[in-house]
Design a protein around this ligand. Structure first.
Ligand SMILES: Cc1cc2nc3c(=O)[nH]c(=O)nc-3n(C[C@H](O)[C@H](O)[C@H](O)COP(=O)(O)OP(=O)(O)OC[C@H]3O[C@@H](n4cnc5c(N)ncnc54)[C@H](O)[C@@H]3O)c2cc1C
Ligand SMILES: NC(=O)C1=CN([C@@H]2O[C@H](COP(=O)(O)OP(=O)(O)OC[C@H]3O[C@@H](n4cnc5c(N)ncnc54)[C@H](OP(=O)(O)O)[C@@H]3O)[C@@H](O)[C@H]2O)C=CC1
Ligand SMILES: Nc1ccccc1C(=O)C[C@H](N)C(=O)O
Length: 436
């Protein structure tokens, strides 16, 4: 049986190691960092994330869903905090009870590492940053000078993937990469528990939409919330423009007055927490010589606004597993098949994720948007299974992302035609009435 090297023991790599180990492969999982279960929480990355049906489906297939979801906090809709006026709750689903799940990145990664370690055939090597790769023979080199060899090498080493960089160096013009950074960054702030209780409703994802910027907050099991500012990097109201503690406080007082009370360490948190990058990575091909492949963020990092990056990465693992089934574990056929199946879907979610930023930071506060959502829910009720919202299809189903995009476009065309006919009929009735 073949020997597989997986680079990166993050969310995708550790799940992939579980799947491959279960197929009977010998798997070596190489991670640049020390073991997070020993060194504790990491800094500089998102603290929690929203896990939805696609991610849960991938976990369910190997019996990990219940364990992972036991500490998850279900969020059934958006709680919108306008600058003026009352907060309002906008459910994600027609029934109001479907939820995306807030889960700690560290806890999820630890659970996956435990599962990988417990899978026969899987060995995890920490403190092994990949620095060299020869795709023609499958040799890997690491920062400490050590080397390894494998029949198959899979890069699951995240948005700034070293594997991707090494494939590019190997293939030259035979490999293309585009990295489109947003002019926005993100910074995390903690909303601590108040008197041992959640300071906000833990059953919702909270949004402070402010037109061109926003803050969101997701609940944690310790009853705190992790808030994330998504602000421009430069210009008015940007991270760069708020240098002094007084300027930070003034900005919050003007734009997020309720948060001053909710975040007692606001200025300290703001000054000490880093600003993270946001961007979309596209590259091609995702595999070379039927021997080296890219998976998860390494192949297709997206902006986080749909809460789908990890979900999509988990779905990649399921798809690769399916391709191995379909080809009788012939990797030279399975890797191109996986790429053909996933590419269109990853492009679709990359685009929908960018669009969801505009929806969250701006549209959710618009009365017309809210009215539109009510109409959408009414249509779902009147046409069960025929009209299904984009949100429902993305977050609560495993319908391929590209099919979601096609289906929603078609639904909107039909609606447009129906609305056009209704407007036409109403106009004709008015004309008849006034020209009688
Ligand atoms: C602010 C923010 C919020 C997000 N929220 C959500 C959300 O709510 N829901 C969701 O589904 N997704 C979310 N995401 C996206 C999600 O974090 C990623 O899609 C997911 O982590 C991708 O998993 P991965 O394993 O491919 O990459 P990563 O999780 O980045 O893991 C890569 C691993 O590779 C290791 N590595 C890197 N370089 C090397 C090397 N040279 N050698 C060896 N190892 C290496 C890294 O140390 C790391 O452990 C969010 C992202 C951000 C930035
Ligand atoms: N780089 C890229 O090509 C792209 C990046 N992005 C986005 O930008 C974000 C940052 O990317 P980038 O700077 O490349 O890389 P990283 O995610 O590797 O680094 C970001 C920060 O997190 C720290 N960090 C990363 N992984 C770990 C870990 N496992 N444990 C502890 N700390 C960690 C890093 O520390 P240290 O400095 O010590 O490594 C650094 O401070 C990504 O999450 C992604 O969403 C988006 C598109 C493209
Ligand atoms: N996890 C996130 C991280 C960053 C930004 C958004 C999310 C979301 O999950 C948004 C949610 N899907 C929404 O549409 O309300």
């Amino acid at each position: 049986m073949k020997h597989v090297a997986v680079v990166g023991a993050g969310l995708c790599g550790s799940l992939l190691a579980c799947y491959l180990g279960r197929r009977g492969y010998t798997v070596d999982l190489y991670e640049r960092r020390p073991d997070p279960r020993v060194t504790g929480a990491e800094r500089g990355r998102s603290i929690n994330l929203a896990l939805s049906e696609r991610g849960i489906d991938a976990l369910r297939r190997i019996g990990l869903d219940e364990q992972v979801l036991k500490d998850a906090l279900p969020m059934r809709g958006r709680m919108v905090h306008p600058l003026q006026g009352e907060t309002n709750f906008q459910p994600y689903s027609l029934s109001g009870d479907r939820a995306i799940n807030s889960i700690g990145r560290g806890a999820l990664n630890d659970a996956l590492l435990d599962a990988a370690q417990a899978t026969e055939g899987v060995t995890i090597h920490f403190d092994r940053p990949l620095t060299a790769l020869d795709p023609s023979v499958g040799t890997l080199g690491f920062a400490d000078g050590s080397q390894a060899k494998a029949d198959i090498v899979l890069g699951a080493d995240g948005a700034g993937s070293a594997t991707r960089g090494l494939l590019m160096a190997y293939a030259g013009e035979g490999f293309t990469e585009t990295v489109s950074f947003l002019d926005y960054g993100y910074k995390e702030l903690t909303i601590p528990a108040r008197d041992g209780e959640f300071a906000l409703d833990p059953g919702a994802l909270h949004i402070w939409p402010r037109g061109t910027s926003m803050m969101i907050a997701l609940p944690n099991p310790d009853r705190s919330f992790t808030g994330t500012l998504f602000w421009p990097n430069a210009g008015t109201g940007s991270f760069a423009s708020l240098g002094s503690p007084a300027a930070v406080e003034r900005h919050f007082r003007q734009n997020y007055p309720d948060l001053l009370e909710l975040i007692p360490n606001l200025v300290d948190d703001y000054r000490h927490n880093p600003v993270g990058l946001l961007g979309t990575v596209k590259c091609a091909p995702w595999q070379m010589l039927g021997r080296v492949g890219l998976i998860g963020d390494a192949a297709h990092a997206i902006v986080p606004f749909y809460g789908q990056g990890a979900n999509a990465s988990f779905e990649d693992v399921v798809e690769l597993d399916r391709c191995l089934d379909a080809t009788g574990d012939n990797w030279a056929e399975a890797l191109p098949l996986y790429e053909r199946g996933r590419r269109e879907n990853s492009e679709a979610i990359a685009e929908m994720a960018l669009a969801n930023f505009v929806e969250m930071r701006d549209k959710v506060a618009d009365p017309f948007f809210k009215a539109g959502k009510s109409v959408e829910h009414t249509l779902e009720r009147l046409l069960p299974g025929k009209y299904v919202s984009r949100y429902e299809l993305v977050s609560f189903s495993t319908t391929p992302y590209a099919d979601v995009r096609r289906r929603v476009k078609k639904q909107h065309q039909v609606l447009g035609a129906v609305a056009g006919t209704l407007v036409g009929l109403a106009a004709a009735a008015l004309i008849r009435r006034f020209t009688r």
